[in-house]
Design a protein around this ligand. Sequence first.
Ligand code: 7PM
Length: 263
Amino acid sequence: MAILNVTPDSFSDGGRHSSADDALGEVERFIADGADIIDVGGESTRPGSSRVTVEEEIERVVPVVDAIAKRFDIPISVDTTKSEVAKRAIDAGAEIINDISGLRFDERIGEVVASSKSGLLLMHSPGEFETMHTQPAVADILAAVSEGFRASIAKAKSFGIADENIALDVGIGFGKTPEQNLELLAKLDRLVADFPLYPMLVGTSRKSFIGKLLGDAPAGERLIGSLATAAIAVWNGARIVRVHDVKQTAEAVKLVDAMMGQL
Ligand code: 7PM
């Protein structure tokens, strides 16, 4: 899954994709590099960022989704926690909603996904939008993520969303200590075994726990750390990795996949 930021304040690419034209060039490269899904995001969830309005988020996301869907034959997911954005994005051609709140912020995303038979990615995060990066650390992160998954899956199913349309994501970096992010990656196989019906997604790309472990490396110097974490995530059962550096990750994962074929 390739990350396409359409936020003006995006930390990783300086918000270069504010227009649909720029985004199309980037998507063309992502596809050539081996991406299977394009994840379009119009609201930054970085620590300390403020919310954008529904109108602003629709204005950023919908024209880009529309342009990608018209030009390319690749599934599009939309990183949003707002049901109105989800609805408009699906109407424009998105097939998956990536909800970092796991249906906690706006559960009407469940209605929108159910009625359109779209895919739903349920990510684990604690707290509210403003507090999710400053939550007190829990004692047992595996138990907390499992509990969050169970609640999100139950809510999704209450809207009539089929198991086959649900995927899970441990939510690396969302209200977790650097050690807890590492623990989730090291023990991911247990969560995968506990939720066998749902493909597991992991997003570590350029995240701050990697920078911290490498002596405060800035985002631009986290590629090799990101590749190491993506490789381990796949080895431990992740079926999808959400990344900025598609070509490099696809190569790393190809080697992991080949090794897994020898088990
Ligand atoms: C600033 C800081 C901007 C952090 C963006 C981010 C995930 C996600 C994000 C994830 C899923 C980023 C994050 N992370 N959606 N959206 N899983 N499903 O690094 O791990 O892209 S936002």
